[in-house]
Design a protein around this ligand. Sequence first.
Ligand code: DGL
Length: 296
Amino acid sequence: MAFVAAAIESPAVSLPVAQRPLQAPTLLVFDSGVGGLSVFREVARARPDARFVYAADDAAFPYGALSDEVLVSRVGEVVGRLIGQVAPDLVVIACNTISTLALPMLRAQHPVPFVGTVPAIKPACAASRSRRVSVLATPGTVRRDYTAALVRQFAEGCDVALVPSDRLAGLAEAAIAGDEVDDADIAAEIAPCFVDAGGRRTDTVVLACTHYPLILDRMRRLAPWPVAWVDPAPAIARRVTQLIGPATAPADGNPVRVLTTLRPMEATRVSAIIGRQVAAPEVLGAIPTAALAAAS
Ligand code: DGL
Protein backbone atom coordinates (compact mmCIF):
# COMPACT_ATOMS: atom_id res chain seq x y z
CA MET A 1 0.00 0.00 0.00
CA ALA A 2 2.95 2.31 0.57
CA PHE A 3 3.74 2.29 -3.14
CA VAL A 4 0.14 3.18 -4.00
CA ALA A 5 0.15 6.28 -1.82
CA ALA A 6 3.53 7.37 -3.16
CA ALA A 7 2.49 6.79 -6.75
CA ILE A 8 -0.67 8.83 -6.36
CA GLU A 9 1.23 11.92 -5.37
CA SER A 10 2.48 11.81 -8.93
CA PRO A 11 0.35 9.25 -10.70
CA ALA A 12 1.71 9.65 -14.21
CA VAL A 13 5.45 10.03 -13.72
CA SER A 14 8.24 9.86 -11.18
CA LEU A 15 11.09 11.91 -12.61
CA PRO A 16 11.92 15.61 -12.28
CA VAL A 17 11.23 18.15 -14.99
CA ALA A 18 13.85 18.21 -17.77
CA GLN A 19 16.45 20.95 -17.48
CA ARG A 20 17.17 21.32 -21.20
CA PRO A 21 15.33 20.12 -24.32
CA LEU A 22 16.44 16.90 -26.03
CA GLN A 23 17.23 17.11 -29.75
CA ALA A 24 14.94 14.85 -31.84
CA PRO A 25 14.02 12.62 -28.89
CA THR A 26 12.94 9.05 -29.59
CA LEU A 27 9.62 8.32 -27.92
CA LEU A 28 8.27 4.79 -27.48
CA VAL A 29 4.50 4.50 -26.97
CA PHE A 30 3.25 1.11 -25.78
CA ASP A 31 -0.13 -0.61 -25.33
CA SER A 32 -1.67 -4.05 -25.77
CA GLY A 33 -3.26 -3.03 -29.08
CA VAL A 34 -4.46 -0.01 -31.07
CA GLY A 35 -5.78 1.80 -27.99
CA GLY A 36 -2.54 3.59 -27.28
CA LEU A 37 -2.95 5.40 -30.59
CA SER A 38 -5.49 7.65 -28.82
CA VAL A 39 -2.61 8.83 -26.60
CA PHE A 40 -0.06 8.70 -29.39
CA ARG A 41 -1.98 11.18 -31.58
CA GLU A 42 -1.95 13.80 -28.81
CA VAL A 43 1.74 13.28 -28.04
CA ALA A 44 2.60 13.38 -31.76
CA ARG A 45 0.69 16.65 -32.14
CA ALA A 46 2.62 18.16 -29.22
CA ARG A 47 6.01 16.84 -30.37
CA PRO A 48 6.70 17.50 -34.07
CA ASP A 49 10.40 17.23 -33.14
CA ALA A 50 10.23 13.62 -31.96
CA ARG A 51 10.96 10.30 -33.62
CA PHE A 52 8.24 7.83 -32.71
CA VAL A 53 7.90 4.10 -32.24
CA TYR A 54 4.45 2.68 -31.51
CA ALA A 55 4.42 -0.86 -30.12
CA ALA A 56 1.50 -3.14 -29.31
CA ASP A 57 1.53 -6.56 -27.67
CA ASP A 58 -1.37 -7.86 -29.72
CA ALA A 59 -0.31 -11.48 -29.10
CA ALA A 60 -1.40 -11.04 -25.47
CA PHE A 61 -4.46 -8.81 -26.04
CA PRO A 62 -6.60 -8.17 -24.03
CA TYR A 63 -4.39 -7.26 -21.07
CA GLY A 64 -7.51 -6.52 -19.04
CA ALA A 65 -8.26 -10.23 -18.83
CA LEU A 66 -4.81 -11.32 -17.55
CA SER A 67 -4.01 -12.04 -13.91
CA ASP A 68 -1.77 -9.47 -12.20
CA GLU A 69 1.11 -11.92 -12.02
CA VAL A 70 0.97 -12.87 -15.69
CA LEU A 71 0.57 -9.25 -16.78
CA VAL A 72 3.57 -8.02 -14.78
CA SER A 73 5.80 -10.73 -16.18
CA ARG A 74 4.57 -10.27 -19.75
CA VAL A 75 4.95 -6.49 -19.70
CA GLY A 76 8.39 -6.80 -18.12
CA GLU A 77 9.51 -9.06 -20.93
CA VAL A 78 7.98 -7.18 -23.87
CA VAL A 79 8.87 -3.66 -22.69
CA GLY A 80 12.39 -4.84 -21.83
CA ARG A 81 12.80 -6.23 -25.34
CA LEU A 82 11.47 -3.01 -26.89
CA ILE A 83 13.74 -0.76 -24.85
CA GLY A 84 16.69 -2.89 -25.92
CA GLN A 85 15.75 -2.51 -29.60
CA VAL A 86 14.60 1.09 -29.69
CA ALA A 87 16.73 2.81 -27.00
CA PRO A 88 14.01 5.43 -26.34
CA ASP A 89 14.55 8.73 -24.51
CA LEU A 90 11.13 8.32 -22.89
CA VAL A 91 8.46 5.62 -22.77
CA VAL A 92 4.73 6.35 -22.68
CA ILE A 93 2.77 3.45 -21.25
CA ALA A 94 -0.48 4.22 -23.07
CA CYS A 95 -2.47 1.67 -21.12
CA ASN A 96 -4.33 2.02 -17.82
CA THR A 97 -4.29 -1.74 -17.25
CA ILE A 98 -0.49 -1.75 -17.17
CA SER A 99 0.07 1.64 -15.55
CA THR A 100 -2.14 0.93 -12.52
CA LEU A 101 -0.08 -2.18 -11.77
CA ALA A 102 3.35 -2.37 -13.35
CA LEU A 103 4.87 1.13 -13.49
CA PRO A 104 6.92 0.75 -10.28
CA MET A 105 8.40 -2.48 -11.67
CA LEU A 106 9.22 -0.89 -15.04
CA ARG A 107 10.83 2.14 -13.42
CA ALA A 108 12.89 -0.06 -11.17
CA GLN A 109 14.13 -2.09 -14.14
CA HIS A 110 14.92 0.68 -16.65
CA PRO A 111 16.72 3.99 -16.16
CA VAL A 112 14.51 5.82 -18.69
CA PRO A 113 11.61 8.16 -17.88
CA PHE A 114 8.16 6.56 -18.05
CA VAL A 115 4.88 8.43 -18.40
CA GLY A 116 1.89 6.30 -17.47
CA THR A 117 -1.83 6.51 -18.13
CA VAL A 118 -4.07 6.21 -15.08
CA PRO A 119 -7.83 6.83 -14.63
CA ALA A 120 -8.53 10.60 -14.64
CA ILE A 121 -10.66 10.40 -11.51
CA LYS A 122 -9.36 13.61 -9.95
CA PRO A 123 -10.30 16.03 -12.78
CA ALA A 124 -13.56 14.18 -13.43
CA CYS A 125 -14.72 14.49 -9.83
CA ALA A 126 -13.59 18.10 -9.64
CA ALA A 127 -15.66 18.95 -12.74
CA SER A 128 -18.83 16.94 -12.04
CA ARG A 129 -21.82 19.09 -11.14
CA SER A 130 -24.23 16.23 -10.38
CA ARG A 131 -21.54 14.61 -8.16
CA ARG A 132 -22.09 11.33 -10.01
CA VAL A 133 -19.10 10.03 -11.97
CA SER A 134 -18.49 6.71 -13.73
CA VAL A 135 -15.11 5.17 -14.54
CA LEU A 136 -15.27 2.90 -17.57
CA ALA A 137 -12.28 0.53 -17.69
CA THR A 138 -11.02 -3.00 -18.23
CA PRO A 139 -11.75 -5.54 -15.46
CA GLY A 140 -8.06 -5.38 -14.53
CA THR A 141 -8.04 -1.61 -14.00
CA VAL A 142 -11.33 -1.72 -12.07
CA ARG A 143 -10.04 -4.23 -9.51
CA ARG A 144 -6.69 -2.54 -8.82
CA ASP A 145 -5.78 -1.17 -5.37
CA TYR A 146 -4.35 1.80 -7.26
CA THR A 147 -7.76 2.68 -8.74
CA ALA A 148 -9.50 2.26 -5.37
CA ALA A 149 -6.93 4.60 -3.82
CA LEU A 150 -7.57 7.23 -6.51
CA VAL A 151 -11.27 7.11 -5.66
CA ARG A 152 -10.60 7.38 -1.93
CA GLN A 153 -8.27 10.29 -2.42
CA PHE A 154 -9.99 12.29 -5.15
CA ALA A 155 -13.75 11.51 -5.15
CA GLU A 156 -14.43 14.80 -3.32
CA GLY A 157 -17.86 13.63 -2.21
CA CYS A 158 -18.85 12.29 -5.63
CA ASP A 159 -20.50 8.91 -6.04
CA VAL A 160 -18.02 7.08 -8.24
CA ALA A 161 -19.19 3.96 -10.11
CA LEU A 162 -16.38 1.70 -11.33
CA VAL A 163 -17.68 0.02 -14.48
CA PRO A 164 -15.71 -2.96 -15.79
CA SER A 165 -16.11 -3.81 -19.46
CA ASP A 166 -15.04 -7.21 -20.72
CA ARG A 167 -15.70 -6.41 -24.36
CA LEU A 168 -15.34 -2.75 -25.20
CA ALA A 169 -11.58 -2.75 -25.93
CA GLY A 170 -12.10 -5.71 -28.27
CA LEU A 171 -15.00 -3.94 -29.97
CA ALA A 172 -12.77 -0.89 -30.49
CA GLU A 173 -10.06 -3.14 -31.99
CA ALA A 174 -12.64 -4.60 -34.38
CA ALA A 175 -14.03 -1.19 -35.35
CA ILE A 176 -10.54 0.16 -36.08
CA ALA A 177 -9.74 -2.96 -38.13
CA GLY A 178 -12.78 -2.12 -40.27
CA ASP A 179 -15.00 -4.95 -39.01
CA GLU A 180 -18.72 -4.54 -38.48
CA VAL A 181 -19.49 -3.70 -34.84
CA ASP A 182 -23.13 -3.52 -33.77
CA ASP A 183 -24.38 -0.42 -31.98
CA ALA A 184 -26.21 -2.73 -29.57
CA ASP A 185 -22.93 -4.28 -28.42
CA ILE A 186 -21.35 -0.92 -27.67
CA ALA A 187 -24.55 0.36 -26.02
CA ALA A 188 -24.66 -2.68 -23.71
CA GLU A 189 -21.07 -2.10 -22.55
CA ILE A 190 -21.55 1.58 -21.72
CA ALA A 191 -25.06 1.30 -20.24
CA PRO A 192 -23.94 0.64 -16.62
CA CYS A 193 -22.11 3.99 -16.65
CA PHE A 194 -25.40 5.84 -16.72
CA VAL A 195 -26.83 6.00 -13.21
CA ASP A 196 -29.99 7.93 -12.41
CA ALA A 197 -30.69 7.74 -8.70
CA GLY A 198 -31.66 9.99 -5.83
CA GLY A 199 -32.49 12.82 -8.24
CA ARG A 200 -28.90 12.88 -9.65
CA ARG A 201 -27.74 11.53 -12.98
CA THR A 202 -24.18 10.67 -14.00
CA ASP A 203 -22.76 13.69 -15.81
CA THR A 204 -19.11 12.63 -16.26
CA VAL A 205 -17.56 9.40 -17.58
CA VAL A 206 -13.82 8.72 -17.29
CA LEU A 207 -12.41 6.90 -20.32
CA ALA A 208 -10.05 4.72 -18.29
CA CYS A 209 -8.94 2.50 -21.14
CA THR A 210 -7.08 4.05 -24.04
CA HIS A 211 -9.10 2.05 -26.59
CA TYR A 212 -12.32 3.88 -25.78
CA PRO A 213 -11.53 7.37 -27.19
CA LEU A 214 -11.09 5.68 -30.58
CA ILE A 215 -14.84 4.94 -30.68
CA LEU A 216 -15.97 8.02 -28.78
CA ASP A 217 -18.24 9.25 -31.60
CA ARG A 218 -20.25 6.07 -31.39
CA MET A 219 -20.34 6.09 -27.59
CA ARG A 220 -21.62 9.68 -27.64
CA ARG A 221 -24.34 8.78 -30.10
CA LEU A 222 -25.38 5.70 -28.11
CA ALA A 223 -25.33 7.33 -24.66
CA PRO A 224 -28.77 7.52 -22.98
CA TRP A 225 -28.06 11.17 -22.15
CA PRO A 226 -25.17 13.58 -22.81
CA VAL A 227 -22.21 13.45 -20.42
CA ALA A 228 -18.67 14.83 -20.33
CA TRP A 229 -16.23 12.12 -21.42
CA VAL A 230 -12.80 12.55 -19.81
CA ASP A 231 -9.83 11.49 -21.99
CA PRO A 232 -6.39 11.78 -20.32
CA ALA A 233 -4.43 12.01 -23.59
CA PRO A 234 -3.89 15.81 -23.67
CA ALA A 235 -2.60 15.76 -20.08
CA ILE A 236 -0.21 12.94 -20.95
CA ALA A 237 1.14 14.93 -23.90
CA ARG A 238 1.73 17.91 -21.61
CA ARG A 239 3.56 15.72 -19.13
CA VAL A 240 5.85 14.37 -21.84
CA THR A 241 6.88 17.93 -22.64
CA GLN A 242 7.45 18.72 -18.96
CA LEU A 243 9.87 15.81 -18.84
CA ILE A 244 11.83 16.26 -22.05
CA GLY A 245 11.56 20.01 -22.45
CA PRO A 246 9.86 22.12 -25.13
CA ALA A 247 9.72 20.92 -28.73
CA THR A 248 12.67 21.94 -30.88
CA ALA A 249 12.84 21.95 -34.71
CA PRO A 250 10.58 19.38 -36.42
CA ALA A 251 12.22 15.98 -36.86
CA ASP A 252 13.64 14.84 -40.16
CA GLY A 253 10.33 13.41 -41.39
CA ASN A 254 11.16 9.84 -40.35
CA PRO A 255 7.96 7.79 -40.60
CA VAL A 256 6.60 6.29 -37.38
CA ARG A 257 7.81 2.75 -36.69
CA VAL A 258 5.00 0.42 -35.73
CA LEU A 259 5.83 -2.86 -34.01
CA THR A 260 3.49 -5.65 -32.94
CA THR A 261 4.00 -9.10 -31.42
CA LEU A 262 1.62 -11.08 -33.65
CA ARG A 263 -0.04 -9.47 -36.68
CA PRO A 264 1.36 -6.45 -38.51
CA MET A 265 -0.86 -3.39 -38.11
CA GLU A 266 -2.30 -1.86 -41.25
CA ALA A 267 -0.20 1.23 -41.91
CA THR A 268 -3.00 3.21 -43.58
CA ARG A 269 -5.37 2.74 -40.63
CA VAL A 270 -2.70 3.73 -38.12
CA SER A 271 -1.76 6.73 -40.21
CA ALA A 272 -5.43 7.83 -40.41
CA ILE A 273 -5.62 7.91 -36.60
CA ILE A 274 -2.33 9.56 -35.79
CA GLY A 275 -1.97 11.91 -38.76
CA ARG A 276 1.63 10.88 -39.43
CA GLN A 277 3.31 8.80 -42.06
CA VAL A 278 3.87 5.21 -40.96
CA ALA A 279 6.74 2.94 -42.05
CA ALA A 280 6.17 -0.65 -43.19
CA PRO A 281 4.79 -2.37 -40.05
CA GLU A 282 7.19 -4.73 -38.26
CA VAL A 283 6.58 -7.76 -36.08
CA LEU A 284 8.77 -8.13 -33.01
CA GLY A 285 10.54 -11.51 -32.83
CA ALA A 286 8.51 -14.29 -31.25
CA ILE A 287 7.80 -13.79 -27.56
CA PRO A 288 6.49 -17.01 -26.00
CA THR A 289 2.79 -16.87 -25.12
CA ALA A 290 2.64 -20.21 -23.26
CA ALA A 291 2.34 -18.50 -19.87
CA LEU A 292 -0.65 -16.54 -21.16
CA ALA A 293 -2.46 -19.67 -22.29
CA ALA A 294 -1.79 -21.34 -18.95
CA ALA A 295 -3.24 -18.36 -17.09
CA SER A 296 -6.51 -18.05 -19.00
N1 DGL B 1 -5.84 -0.03 -23.77
C1 DGL B 1 -5.66 -0.70 -22.53
C2 DGL B 1 -5.95 0.18 -21.32
O1 DGL B 1 -5.87 1.39 -21.37
C3 DGL B 1 -6.19 -2.08 -22.30
C4 DGL B 1 -6.90 -2.91 -23.27
C5 DGL B 1 -6.71 -4.40 -22.96
O2 DGL B 1 -5.72 -4.93 -23.47
O3 DGL B 1 -7.51 -4.98 -22.21
O4 DGL B 1 -6.23 -0.32 -20.26
